[in-house]
Write a protein that binds this ligand. Structure first.
Ligand code: ZN
Length: 278
């Protein structure tokens, strides 16, 4: 399981806070980092606060390990310090700790929600932040908007010492992973597992069991993970969402997903269970 420091989410900076502060600066899906700096590439607070106007524009995230984190969205990505650059938030997994990857992803999700819900979706009036919850309220029509979270399932399908892995058309690298898909209205998570695995690979599954969950902020998802066993069917891919799929043993794995993902944990669970030994 992941070992993560506990995050205390906050809606504002605590009064008399004297600890370290970190501001993540975003432009759409990208985050500001120091050039040529690995490990923790986030620019220091002093640099951010002298360069950007933070007054009234910071979106609080919370405190982890005594450090207060908040987020800032900027519209013009050219206006940044010389020693910094923007990279896709997802790419932090290559160089950064799991905690930083998680915080930077969460910050993007929350600040993107903050930016896109400035106006009421029902009547169009400007919204306000609720004082005690992460909610936008419209004082004109009382409509309220919570941050969007989209439930999705992710599932390992095994057949003896083999696991079903597929290459998605949206993957930027030739990675093979377990299958995943968003829950549709009216579905249970188990029904999503059955439908998605069938739609994407033509395989029927049985013995679906809960494995764990992981927030995945890049698509505002909550990934709910399951294990399942092959029941019947031959692999037949749709060539739209899935470009290739196959049964793999642990000694002939293709390129696998990032180790910060629950997909990776599902695959490692298969290996550790002994089913990976042929
Ligand atoms: Zn309204």
């Amino acid at each position: 399981m992941m070992i993560m420091k506990k995050l205390i989410q906050l809606l504002k900076l605590p009064e008399n806070f004297t600890g370290e502060k970190v501001v993540f600066v975003y432009h759409n899906m990208e985050i500001l980092v120091e050039k040529d700096k690995e490990g923790n590439p986030i620019p220091e607070y002093n640099k951010i606060s002298t360069y950007f106007d933070l007054e009234g524009s910071l979106v609080p995230i919370g405190i982890m390990g005594g450090v207060y984190y908040s987020a800032l969205n900027i519209d013009d990505k050219r206006d940044i310090p010389d020693t910094t650059k923007f990279i896709n938030v997802r790419h932090l997994y290559r160089t950064s700790s799991e905690n930083l990857f998680f915080l930077a992803g969460l910050g993007r999700q929350i600040s993107d929600w903050d930016r896109t819900f400035r106006f009421c979706g029902k009547c169009g009036h400007p919204t306000d932040n609720h004082p005690r919850e992460r909610v936008k309220i419209c004082h004109n029509c009382d409509h309220i908007s919570y941050p969007k979270i989209s439930p999705a399932m992710i599932c390992s399908v095994t057949r003896g010492n083999e696991i079903l892995l597929a290459r998605g058309s949206k993957f930027s690298r030739p990675v093979y992973s377990v299958l995943a898909g968003f829950v549709e209205p009216g579905e249970t998570l188990e029904e999503t597992v059955e439908r998605e695995v069938m739609e994407e690979t033509g395989i029927s599954v049985k013995n679906i069991e809960y494995f764990g969950s992981q927030p995945w902020p890049f698509s505002s998802s909550l990934m709910v993970a399951f294990t399942a066993e092959y029941d019947f069917g031959e692999i037949k891919i749709d060539n739209k969402e899935i470009l290739d799929a196959g049964w793999f043993t642990s000694d002939n794995f293709p390129m696998l997903p990032t180790h910060h993902s629950i997909a990776h944990r599902l695959i490692m669970n298969f290996v550790e269970n002994g089913k990976g030994n042929s």
